[in-house]
Design a protein around this ligand. Sequence first.
Ligand SMILES: Cc1cc2nc3c(=O)[nH]c(=O)nc-3n(C[C@H](O)[C@H](O)[C@H](O)COP(=O)(O)OP(=O)(O)OC[C@H]3O[C@@H](n4cnc5c(N)ncnc54)[C@H](O)[C@@H]3O)c2cc1C
Length: 578
Amino acid sequence: MLEYQAPERDLEFLLFDLFEVQKAWQDIPAFADFTDDLIRAVISEGGKLAREVMTPISQQADAEGSRWEDGVVTAPSGFREAYDQLAGGGWLGLSGNPEYGGQGMPKLLGCLLEEMFWGSNTNLYLYATLTVGASICIDAHGTEEQKSLYLPMLYSGQWSGAMDLTEPQAGTDLGIIRTKAEQAADGTYRISGTKIFITAGEHDLTENIVHLVLAKLPGAPDGTRGISLFIVPKYLPNADGSPGERNGVASGSIEEKMGVKGSATNVMNYDGAVGYLVGEENSGLACMFTMMNYERLSVGLQGLGAGELAYQQAVRYARDRLQGRAPGGPQNPDGTADSLLVHPDVRRMLLTIRAYTEAGRAFAMLVGLTLDRGKYADDRDSQALSELLTPIAKAYLSDKGFESAVLAQQVFGGHGYIKETGVEQIVRDTRIAQIYEGTNGVQALDLVGRKVLRDGGRVLKRFVEYMSGETVPDRYRDALSAEFDRLGKVTESVLARSGDDVDLPGAVSTDYLELAGLTIYAWLWARMVEVAGDDAFGQAKQQTADFFFARLLPKTLALEQSIYADSSAVMAMNDTTF
Ligand SMILES: Cc1cc2nc3c(=O)[nH]c(=O)nc-3n(C[C@H](O)[C@H](O)[C@H](O)COP(=O)(O)OP(=O)(O)OC[C@H]3O[C@@H](n4cnc5c(N)ncnc54)[C@H](O)[C@@H]3O)c2cc1C
């Protein structure tokens, strides 16, 4: 059975010791009320909700799935009550705009809470994350009227959000969507077409659903410059804000999937549905990116939460399961066998999960902090850094989350393949994080193409300089400095070769993203050990860091060599030979 405890001690360490949040926020008056005591209370309450309300209904939701009947979608049992608790406790409006009922909480805190909610129940939290994302988009690009109407309803969880982008022929390439929008005499728009794969597009958890739909106006420019964004509510709001007439938007079916079975993934049909323009005509994709960037970090946090959940199950099992004897002789002579924890290979698996998860947590918080500083302290460097780090956060956190889930399943042996233990569910539920919200391949292209090549590697170089200037323990200094040099050299090489070799960025981007991820994690491990002290907690940090430097970081050697290969290695084969 799945059990989950929020990693409260680690969260407090990162907030108060590593990032020293009160110092980091001192020039942000909006955060003055977030005292250490308040932060501790929020972590503790969030952890309780995750443990006591969300975790116990996770496996049942997987078994039951969402159900579709005549356009009506029913979420798994227990979801409505749990969602009401998420909403009623104010957890959906945490980082929301206080002018409209949000709590204006720092993104940094939002990240750690999201990790808990994803970890404890991915299926349920999928409904919530789309709601939070929709509110961020409307807050950034909506009219005053749209904000006053929709934001309070989304923050309170009475209404939920959905993000309607994908169509059968248009996934990664949104420039070729076919959904149409035409302006009506009253200034609103009529939306027609079909979308697929719409998470939380239809369900019974809330009284209304606010779809953010991408569509094309007649005569709009081709490609991504001709896309507009519309609010399409399931029920048209009355003047007093209550849900009124049913709009022409309905679920045609839901998908049968490998995982996240409790989250309804809908085909959505729009039959002249009333839509309200968000932002300017033809500037919809830029507006949607506000939501997509939030969702990208959030999906990275899905991977992180899964890694923590997987670790907790695997350690519990490894401790209890007696199998074989330690290489150096019995450790449990009175028992039938020793615990799995004596086997070096099992320890390797557990330490790998732990090393990626704890560094990943620090990394996610760093991204949260850069977002906060960019937004509230008007700190341009932080803003640019958050843009550089977002694709890494989405892809690297979800890749490592999935890897961790598979490793945890391996620790369970055959029992990891059996439903009862719950670990196979973590594997199935986490796999999607590498695919949706822009595949991890596309995140890597974004990193290399848009974030590194476009500015000649300027933001990356500044970040490497910043990392190099931080104090780290002697034991890691040389290794870390070699990694910074490697990342610099590899970046120069990609910059120099991409002009003549147009396929190069795409050919090396996934390896480049992993190299960047490993380098950043190495720096974070060194920094964590530097500030951790030498109590039992600090010793565990050092032991995990030692493992990371000895066993995981050397992968950069192979990645470097692979990046130096030119694109012909992947481009030479004819299409017909495949
Ligand atoms: C469970 C689930 C939930 C989802 N939820 C939503 C949702 O709420 N809203 C929504 O709008 N969509 C949603 N999606 C859709 C999801 O975001 C897309 O499936 C995803 O972005 C990939 O698009 P695609 O499936 O069309 O793949 P394709 O775009 O066809 O890509 C196929 C492969 O080609 C690669 N590829 C494609 N283009 C390029 C390129 N230019 N360069 C390099 N490689 C490329 C991709 O990386 C991938 O490996 C969901 C999907 C699933 C399965």
